[in-house]
Design a protein. Structure first.
Length: 182
């Protein structure tokens, strides 16, 4: 068995790539921070042809800051615990609608898209209105089990007009707690 430093580095790179790929395939969400952005965004995705692919804009998830040729930092969560599992730098490229790579990526993404309003024509809508991006790993892992940063990475939630805190209707307690008459 070869124990040279070069062989050990190759084995580590192989294991890192296997962890990266398996984590991306299993996780339903990942966090992506585009170069120059302050916050990461949660994105649903698929794994296709050695990279993460995402669809966004045009009525789908926002892809702010992700442009062709730019970089991004991808963080993948653990499927069972939900915490950070691994992270890596990625190069962003835009897949052209109708190209072989775009068609393959869209087929993978269609299977991951939940509750689509137009499942029969979703491919046409994505070609017209959305961008399909490929986030290809470009270097080794920046985070891995046993080598996580000490910082919490907690972030202030993004501003939104949505709210869930409203007063309860005055008649609700009567409906919930009235006794049945026998």
């Amino acid at each position: 068995m070869d124990r040279t430093p070069a062989a050990a580095a190759n084995a580590d790179a192989f294991l890192d790539r296997a962890l990266l790929e398996e984590a991306a395939k299993k996780s339903g969400l990942l966090w992506v921070r585009a170069d120059g952005e302050e916050q990461s965004r949660a994105l649903w995705h698929a794994w296709y042809d050695g990279a993460v692919v995402v669809v966004g804009d045009g009525g789908e998830q926002p892809l702010h800051g992700l442009t062709a040729g730019s970089g991004a930092l991808v963080t993948v969560r653990s499927k069972d615990k939900g915490g950070r599992l691994t992270g890596w730098p990625a190069r962003v490229s835009v897949l052209e609608p109708g190209s072989e790579a775009w068609l393959g990526a869209v087929e993978e993404l269609k299977g991951k898209r939940l509750n689509a309003p137009d499942t029969d024509t979703i491919t046409d809508r994505w070609a017209r209105e959305c961008r399909v991006l490929r986030l290809e790993p470009v270097a080794g892992l920046t985070e891995r089990p046993g080598e996580m940063p000490d910082a919490s990475h907690a972030a202030v939630p993004m501003p939104t007009p949505a709210t869930t805190r409203m007063p309860i209707p005055s008649g609700l307690p009567k409906l919930l707690f009235k006794r049945r008459r026998g």
